[in-house]
Structure formats: structure tokens, C-alpha cells
Write a protein that binds this ligand. Sequence first.
Ligand SMILES: N[C@@H](CCC(=O)N[C@@H](CS)C(=O)NCC(=O)O)C(=O)O
Length: 207
Amino acid sequence: MPNMTLYHASPSRSSVALWMLEEVGQPYDIKLIRLSAGENLKPDYLAINPMGKVPALRHGDTVITENGAICTYLADEFPDKKLNVPVGNTRRGEYLKWMFFGPSVIEPAIAERAFPRKEPARPAALGWRDLDTVLEIVSKAVAKGPYLMGEQFTAADVTIGSGLRFGMMFKLIPERKEFQDYVARIGQRPAAKRAQDRDKELSAQAA
Ligand SMILES: N[C@@H](CCC(=O)N[C@@H](CS)C(=O)NCC(=O)O)C(=O)O
């Protein structure tokens, strides 16, 4: 029996962790959480993630929540897959920067644009910049190619790539050619295709 379980709503932000699990290639189970039925807010699931959000990943006795943490964890836990930049390598700093950039800069900048505040905050009081500035930085980083870390595909491509893919799909960010090319490139990976196929099956089942 696999000792990893992904708590997943299909498709959703937990699709990022699903892709990462496919990249890692270890056996795992999926426990579907129906957000529309409020299963994420039931005591059983709140005991796993008190935030009531997916994804959560159980690995043995360890529970990890937050996509950035899950992807960093899996990449470090299964280093033979070469999805991380290990401790001791000078490129790890840049790799970690991208692991944090998605959830702590790109997502809030997108949310701020999509749901503007009545009273805009002082830019220096926020931990991110406006969406145009953020996207310019990401655009330069992915345009170099083939991956964020150059020739090595890493967990950072899973998190940033998923964010760009969903961002364009939901028309939250512009379909810039650099983003489209990058998302198409990483979407060709067999693990990405398996995760997307799995999501299609699971969402058809849930419908
Ligand atoms: N910061 C979390 C965000 C997770 C998240 O927002 N998940 C959404 C699914 S897209 C969710 O569970 N929403 C249910 C709710 O908020 O009630 C992460 O990156 O893992």
C-alpha cells in the first residue's frame, strides 16, 4: 500500500502537487475532497489541514500542506529524480527563490489585480510588486529556457509553470508568448501529461 496520500480536489491548486507526484514517480493514493460539498471544512479534513484547503500530502506520519512546501519536500525527499538543487550547490539559492516566488509573489500579485482593494495599499507595505512588474521578471526568467534553472528541470518549474498555466487559462494574466512557449514546453513532459489526464478522469468521476 503506498505510504503517500494526496488530498486533492480535481482540478484545483492541488493539481500542482499531483503533477509533482507524477514527476517523482513513487506510488501514491489520492483522496478526493469535494470542495463543492464542503468536505474540506469537515472535522476529519480539518484535522489534516486546519486551513481547510487542498492540497495536503501525507507521507508516512508526516503531513505537508502548501504547494511550495510539498514540491520542495518531494524534490528533496527523492533526490535521485534530480528535481531539486541540493544543499551545498551554489545554484540552490536561485532555485529556492523560484520555489517561494510563486506563492509569495506571483499569486498575491494576481489576487490583488483580480480583486482590487478599495483602498490600495502602499507598495512598500506589501511583500510583492504590482502584477506587471512581477510578470516582467518571470517573463525574462522563462524566456531564456528551456527551464527556470537553465538546462535542469526542477520542482520550481512545476510550481511556477502551473501558476502561469492556470493564470492564462483563467485569463488572470496575459497570454504572453514567453509564457505560452514555456508552459507548452513543460507541458510536454510525460509526468505533466499523466497528471492532466488523471485530473480529467477524476473531475469526470466527481461530476
Ligand atoms: N496556499 C495554498 C492554497 C491552497 C488553496 O487555495 N486551495 C484551494 C483550491 S484551489 C482550496 O482548497 N479552496 C477551498 C476553500 O478555500 O474553501 C497552497 O498553495 O497550497
